[in-house]
Ligand binder design. Structure first.
Ligand code: PMV
Length: 353
């Protein structure tokens, strides 16, 4: 059970969960053909769950029949359009699992800017899955919750665990088969707890505006890139190195692969049809600076970038203050957030509604 706490009584039908975002060291980019709705990835991915970039979500199911439709508010704004549809589709999954018709009120808050390359969908769908399931009294173990969260947003499957996490592709090559909500082949598991390694993600925010193409649409374009097959052919060896680097707490081994896969993923994005270009001038300014600090000044820091313009600088805790100071002084950087590894989702009584 999540947070070591039993789900609430059925009559309560309300639960609140806080889940951390995560930063991937080996990325999830691209879904298997024929399985787009299941979010079966093209490759395994490895991430660190973040302590200080999180989403808190309350789900209240209405069993009185008074609520005509699902109501979803994030950071004080009522969700509309495709984002609302995506959340309703996830509520449908939970309704199907519980066999109930209830509509839900969902209120959610992030402590970081949404849709800007800090994975709000990872923490958001992890928190929604855990709170929604708990409020319905569904007794699902964390692996099953990871399978359900994956269908809302692939990277959310990893936010079901704290510390250092690997999401297994789980299905054989080619087209995927089956369609069970609880099919647990493609799920995440913990490699090491949050206490294993005092790594830091120093996040350089160069833009807080929402991205034009969401990662969920982008995954469907990966196969159109001529570079995609080359990246997926290399990822097996990179995963092995990253697992070993994390086990050995070796930043010098982790860092180069971290940068390589971020650049490989952005190469796939840029060369897909249509082309996805998430970088802004400030992105490149940070990348150049990081390389110079490392090569000229010996600061052990490496970058990675998700589907957005902001840059995640990965370093050990003892260099974090220096990295934060340097990156905060760059003209392109609007804001800096720093996070270490965090726990998995936790249920609480601090309801938002
Ligand atoms: O879970 P999604 O659909 O938001 O995809 C996340 C994709 C990346 O953030 C770019 C990479 C990753 O593995 O987190």
């Amino acid at each position: 059970m999540i947070g070591g706490r039993a789900t609430g009584p059925l009559s309560e039908r309300k639960a609140t969960c806080r889940a951390g975002s995560n930063i991937a060291f080996i990325k999830y980019w691209g879904v298997a053909g024929g399985a787009e709705d299941l979010n079966i990835p093209l490759n395994n991915s490895i991430s660190m769950t973040l302590a200080d970039a999180h989403t808190t979500t309350t789900v209240a199911w209405d069993d009185s029949g008074c609520l005509p439709e699902d109501s979803i508010a994030i950071d004080g704004e009522q969700l509309v359009g495709s984002s609302a549809e995506r959340t309703v589709a996830h509520l449908d999954r939970l309704r199907a699992l519980a066999g109930v018709p209830y509509k839900a009120s969902v209120v959610s808050t992030n402590n970081f800017p949404m849709a800007s390359g800090i994975a709000s969908s990872a923490s958001g769908f992890a928190a929604l899955t855990v709170a929604g399931a708990a409020a319905l009294g569904l007794r699902l173990d964390v692996t099953r919750l990871s399978a359900v969260a994956r269908q809302g947003s692939g990277s959310a499957s990893r936010s079901l665990f704290g510390g250092f996490v690997e999401w297994e592709r789980g299905w054989g090559g080619g087209e995927s088969e089956g369609n069970s909500l609880l099919d647990s082949r493609s799920v995440a598991h913990q490699l090491h707890s949050e206490d294993h390694w005092a790594l830091r993600d120093v996040i350089a925010i160069v833009s807080t505006s929402a991205k034009r193409v969401s990662s969920s649409s982008g995954h469907r374009l990966a196969a159109t890139s001529p570079l995609n097959a080359a990246r997926t052919a290399c990822v097996g060896a990179w995963l092995e190195t990253v697992r070993q680097a994390i086990a050995d707490r070796d930043i010098g081994k982790l860092g180069p692969i971290l940068e390589l896969d971020a650049l490989a993923m952005h190469g796939v994005m840029m060369t897909s049809t249509p082309s996805l270009l998430y970088w802004q001038p400030g992105t490149l300014e940070v990348l150049q600076a990081v390389r110079a600090w490392r090569e000229d000044d010996g600061v052990p820091v490496y970058f990675t970038i998700d589907a957005g313009p902001n840059v995640h600088l990965i370093c050990e805790a003892d260099s974090a203050a220096e990295v934060e100071r340097r990156v905060g002084a760059l003209p392109a950087v609007e804001r800096v957030l720093v996070s270490g590894p965090g726990t998995g989702p936790e249920l609480s009584d601090g309801h938002l509604i």
